[in-house]
Design a protein around this ligand. Structure first.
Ligand code: KG4
Ligand code: ZN
Length: 348
C-alpha cells in the first residue's frame, strides 16, 4: 500500500494532537495544549490532562480533517499513541481511536510515542522536498518534560533499541524545577534559556550525573538530573542564607550548560560506539538554543549528520503518530487487534 491516508491521535501528556498524513506528506497537524491549566500547579496534573483531552479531541479531529481537505471517511487507517505516557490521558486517545476505527470500519495501529518522535523526521510539507529523510540506523535523542531517552533506530517499524533513559527526572522537568528555584513561572525551560543568554556558562561548575566515560564504554547511557537540580538548589540557598545576591543569569547559564553537556556527551558517545554517524533530536527541550548550538558543534566535530525536525513536529503532536502509522502500513505490518490498552510504561 503506497502513501496511505492516516489520521494520528496523540494524548500521552498535555497535548491533544491530531495529525493527518498521506504517506510522508503532512496534510494537517492540530494541537490543543492544556498547559495553561497546569501552570498554577507547577506541573502536569494527570487528571486535568485527561479531562482536557476529552474536551479537545472532537474539535481537534474536526479541525484537522477540515484543514487537510479530506472527509473523515477517506482515511485508510487510524494510528494512536498507546504508550508510554500518563495512563488516564492515553486512555482518552485510545478510546477515541477505537471508536473511530469501529465506526468508520478502518484498521487501527497502536504505536509507541517515543518511536513516533523519530517518525516526525519523515514528514514533508511540500516546501522541503529536497531534503532526504535520515538514513538508518540512526541514534535519536528525545528530550521533553516527560522523557529523556536515547534510542538506536535500525528500522523505524521493526527494530528500535532503548540505549538509555533517565533514572529520575526528565531533562525538561529539571529545567522546570530549577526555574522554580530561581523564581520563574512554569514551564520554566524557556525562561532559563532566556536568562542564560546574558549569563556566564562557566561561572559555576555543576555536577554532570552518570557521565563517567567508564559507564559509556560499557554501553550504559542512562541519564540522571536530580543530583544536578539539588546541587543548583543548594547553591542558591547557600547564597541566600549568606545574604549574597544570587546571580540568576549565571546560575541559569551554568545549569543549562550542564544539561546540554550531559545530553550531548552521551548522544555523541553512542554514535561513536555504535558507529552510527547520524543523530536525530526530538522533544520540546530541543527548543533550547544552547542545546541546538552545542549539538551542531559536536556533531560537526565528530562527523555526525545532525537532524532536527521543525519545532512544531518535535513537541508532542498527532502528525508524527500518523507518520509512523503510515510507515507501518507501507512496511506491510498487520493492524492492531482492538483489544490493546493504554500502557503507561510501553517499551519501544
Ligand atoms: O515536548 P514538550 O512540549 O511537552 C511535554 O513534555 O509534555 O516539552 C515541554 C518541556 C518543558 O519541560 C519545558 O520547560 C521544556 O520542554 N522546554 C525547554 C525549552 N522550551 C521548552 N527547556 C529548555 N529550553 C527551552 N527553550
Ligand atoms: Zn513526547
Amino acid at each position: 500500500r503506497t502513501d496511505p491516508l492516516v489520521l494520528g491521535i496523540e494524548t500521552s501528556c498535555d497535548e491533544t494532537g491530531i495529525g493527518i498524513v498521506r504517506g510522508t506528506r503532512l496534510l494537517s497537524n492540530t494541537i490543543a495544549s492544556s498547559m495553561d491549566e497546569h501552570a498554577r500547579y507547577g506541573g502536569v496534573v494527570p487528571e486535568v490532562a485527561a479531562r482536557a483531552h476529552l474536551d479537545e479531541l472532537v474539535p481537534a479531529i474536526t479541525a484537522a480533517v477540515a484543514e487537510a481537505g479530506i472527509r473523515l471517511d477517506d482515511v485508510d487507517a487510524i494510528a494512536v499513541t498507546s504508550g508510554p505516557g500518563l495512563s488516564g490521558a492515553l486512555m482518552v486517545g485510545v478510546g477515541a481511536a477505537k471508536a473511530l476505527a469501529l465506526a468508520l470500519n478502518k484498521p487501527i495501529y497502536a504505536v509507541n510515542h517515543l518511536v513516533g518522535h523519530v517518525g516526525a523526521d519523515l514528514l514533508r510539507t511540500g516546501t522541503d522536498d529536497a531534503e532526504e529523510p535520515l538514513e538508518y540506523p540512526t541514534i535519536a535523542l528525545l528530550v521533553s518534560g516527560g522523557h529523556t531517552s536515547l534510542l538506536l533506530v535500525r528500522d523505524l517499524t521493526s527494530d528500535v533499541e532503548l540505549l538509555g533513559e533517565t533514572i529520575d527526572d526528565a531533562a525538561g522537568e529539571a529545567f522546570d524545577k530549577v526555574a522554580r528555584v530561581l523564581g520563574m513561572p512554569y514551564p520554566g525551560g524557556p525562561h532559563i534559556d532566556a536568562a542564560a543568554l546574558t549569563g556566564d556558562p562557566g561561572a559555576i561548575r555543576f555536577p554532570r550525573g552518570l557521565s563517567k566515560q567508564k559507564d559509556m564504554a560499557q554501553h550504559r547511557y542512562d541519564f540522571s538530573f536530580s543530583g544536578l537540580k539539588t546541587s543548583v538548589a543548594r547553591w542558591v540557598e547557600q547564597h541566600e542564607d549568606a545574604g549574597q545576591p544570587v546571580p540568576i543569569n549565571d546560575v541559569a547559564a551554568s545549569f543549562r550548560e550542564a544539561v546540554v553537556d550531559i545530553l550531548l556527551t552521551k548522544a555523541v558517545a553512542a554514535c561513536v560506539a555504535y558507529d552510527v554517524p547520524r543523530l536525530l533530536l526530538g522533544g520540546g527541550v530541543i527548543a533550547n538554543r544552547r542545546l541546538r548550538e552545542v549539538a551542531a558543534e559536536r556533531a560537526d566535530a565528530a562527523g555526525i549528520v545532525l537532524r532536527i525536525p521543525p519545532l512544531s513536529l518535535c513537541t508532542d503532536n498527532g502528525a508524527m503518530i500518523a507518520a509512523l502509522g503510515a510507515q507501518l502500513i507501507m512496511a506491510g505490518h498487520e493492524p492492531s487487534s482492538l483489544d490493546f490498552g493504554a500502557d503507561s510504561t510501553l517499551p519501544v
